[in-house]
Ligand binder design. Structure first.
Ligand code: SAH
Ligand code: SF4
Length: 426
């Protein structure tokens, strides 16, 4: 979500005549688009802001702005305003479209401009995005979240759930398709509840079916999908829509029912496993990935073992794993029995070992197979090697020339590792 917001910010700045540079020393404007999901990300931002003090001193014309989820929190804004006085502009997740105005307000007044919008979170349709690749694109379908998982800050920083009108989404995707885009990733904190705020009866599955009909689009992905809301209608799409990729990111967070309840996830381990079984029945080739939190307050060794068992049972191809991070303002922050860091780290390592072992095993199944790969880029280390992704989201490296970038090619898999595969075009 943040990455796509950065693409939108970049589009606005482009329109103002700015150009992207990798060199901080020569920048006229530096914007930090922040994430508040974990404390470590926040600490990195503070570190970086501190480092920029000397650059501001050297180049007083340099403008420094901070935006994103961290800025939606008053306590964090206070820290930035008091400790990092060299910051010129602070704006929130709903004010991206106001950047030109905020810059001129700062230039006119010379003061730090703070612009946060907590009440009016109307969807802003006027912003496009400067996408990194022409052949794949993120498209927002909804904003905010109503779930209030007890560990999570997102509902506080992104506000309540609201869906974009299907016409606007479809129009954006049609334009992307016309300009050569082949792969779309539909974005929302919980795409399964897409449509609930619309006046008419319209579901996420309805949207998927319409996107599937758009000429030129060849692959559809989406994230994220909350297990409690994944409907039979959506599961059915995995069998009926030819462009829907063989991949589903379905965050479980924990394998323990006790913890799932404490997290307010509103499903049990059994509900989850039933849904996974149904999905696998509909599409036996599907690759399922997940998010897992280690060290949620009160997590016992037994709870953690249940997570490990579940990981082995579902056989995830890969997972995003997180050490539980206390987020002030959330319910879990005040729970007793916070888990000591050393215990968290030890469990985290065991979880990684299990996931890596399964990941390699799953990749080995691709050995000798021919897979369709959307070619994305040349390898950083070797210009003669390309990389791209299968419909199941696996990263594949293979020899080839730049002109293949953006096309879909058949690759025979000859070697696999835990996170990547290697092959040759056939
Ligand atoms: N809306 C998405 C996820 C958004 S946050 C969903 O519900 O799946 C992405 C992931 O960050 C979450 O799935 C969770 O695993 C992790 N996360 C969120 N808050 C966290 C916290 N306080 N500590 C550690 N991980 C957290
Ligand atoms: Fe956070 Fe839960 Fe909403 Fe995902 S569904 S954004 S984890 S509150």
């Amino acid at each position: 979500m943040n990455e796509h917001d950065s693409e939108k910010i970049s589009w606005i700045l482009d329109g103002m005549g700015y150009e992207i540079t990798d060199n901080r020393e020569e920048s006229d404007l530096i914007i930090f688009n922040t994430c508040a999901v974990r404390k470590s990300a926040e600490e990195r931002v503070f570190g970086q802001l501190g480092e920029l003090k000397h650059l501001k001193r050297k180049n007083p014309n340099l403008l420094l702005a901070v935006c994103g989820c961290m800025m939606q929190r008053e306590d964090i804004r206070e820290i930035v305003l008091s400790k990092f006085r060299h910051v010129d502009i602070i704006f929130g997740t709903n004010n991206i479209h106001k950047i030109p105005q905020l810059i001129s307000r700062h230039l006119e007044s010379g003061k730090t401009i703070v612009d946060i919008n907590e009440e009016n979170r109307e969807i802003e349709e006027s912003i496009d995005a400067n996408r990194k690749y022409s052949y794949k694109a993120f498209v927002n379908i909804m904003y905010g979240c109503n779930n209030f998982c007890t560990y999570c800050i997102v509902p506080y920083t992104r506000g309540r759930e609201r869906s974009r009108e299907p016409e606007n989404i479809l129009e954006e995707i049609k334009l992307l398709a016309k300009s050569g885009c082949k792969e779309i990733t539909l974005l929302g904190q919980n795409v399964n509840s897409y449509g609930k705020t619309l006046e008419r009866d319209y579901t996420f599955a309805d949207l998927l079916r319409e996107v599937n009909d758009i000429e030129g689009i060849e692959r559809i992905r989406f994230m994220t999908s909350h297990p409690k809301d994944i409907s039979d209608e959506l599961i059915e799409c995995f069998g009926s829509l030819d462009k829907l990729c063989d991949q589903l990111h379905l965050p479980i967070q924990s394998g323990s029912n006790r913890l799932l309840e404490a997290m307010n996830r509103k499903y049990t381990r059994e509900d989850y496993l039933n849904k996974v079984a149904k999905i696998k029945m509909r599409n036996p080739d599907i690759v399922i990935t997940t998010d897992l939190i280690v060290g949620f307050p009160g997590e016992t060794e037994e709870d953690f073992r249940e997570t490990l068992e579940l990981v082995k049972e579902v056989k995830y191809d890969s997972a995003f794993t997180f050490l539980y991070s206390i987020r002030e303002g959330t319910k879990a922050a005040n729970m007793e029995n916070q888990i000591p860091d050393d215990v968290k780290h030890e469990r985290f390592q065991r979880l990684m070992d299990t996931l890596n072992e399964i990941g390699l095993e799953k990749n080995e199944k691709f050995l000798g197979k021919i897979v369709e790969v959307l070619v994305e880029d040349v390898s950083k280390n070797d210009e003669s090697v390309l990389n791209g992704r299968t419909t199941s989201g696996k990263l594949v490296h293979f020899p080839g020339t730049k002109d293949l970038i953006g096309s879909i090619v058949n690759v025979k898999i000859r070697r696999v590792k835990t996170f990547t595969m290697e092959g040759t075009v056939v």
